[in-house]
Design a protein around this ligand. Structure first.
Ligand code: ZN
Length: 152
């Protein structure tokens, strides 16, 4: 148990010290802003999409608590280079992991480091910190209706 907590703290701190893909993308294909008033977390997200509807590049600028910033960094790694449909699956599985709504095991494999945030489910006031970047990603993906998203 202590080992798990140490690992959790270490990974969260690492993403805060060296946030991945922390950048603004000028002229991005898609953008969205997210705000969590409960904690004051803010994020601006930028996406560039490839012709095959993959996430060619992702960047974000975030201010807020350690959990929200770590979640943004972990998310950016998990979805960069993935198809838009797979990125949406990451969002769905992550929310599933934090709510355990239907009692089924979430798909940990596609979440990368985001998996480490499962313990946040025990702190209901922090769940919105962790889900903010993923909600913002979903909203950025939805923001352009001119592109048709494949549902396979
Ligand atoms: Zn927060």
């Amino acid at each position: 148990m202590n080992d798990l907590r140490d690992l959790y703290a270490e990974v969260v701190m690492d993403h805060n010290r060296r946030p991945r893909n922390f950048k603004k993308i000028d002229g991005a294909d898609r953008t969205a802003d997210g705000f969590n008033p409960l904690c004051g977390d803010q994020i601006s997200l930028f996406l560039n999409l490839g012709d095959d509807d993959s996430i060619k590049d992702i960047g974000y600028v975030a201010v807020g608590c350690a959990i929200s910033k770590a979640a943004a960094s972990m998310m950016s790694e998990a979805v960069k280079g993935q198809s838009v449909a797979d990125a949406q699956r990451v969002v769905t599985e992550f929310r599933h992991m934090l709510t355990h709504r239907d009692g089924e095991e979430p798909n940990y494999e596609i979440m990368g480091d985001l998996e480490i945030l499962e313990g946040v489910a025990n702190y209901p006031t922090r769940i919105k910190c962790a889900t903010l970047p993923l909600h913002t990603l979903a909203s950025a993906i939805d923001s352009g209706s001119e592109k048709t998203v494949s549902t396979e």
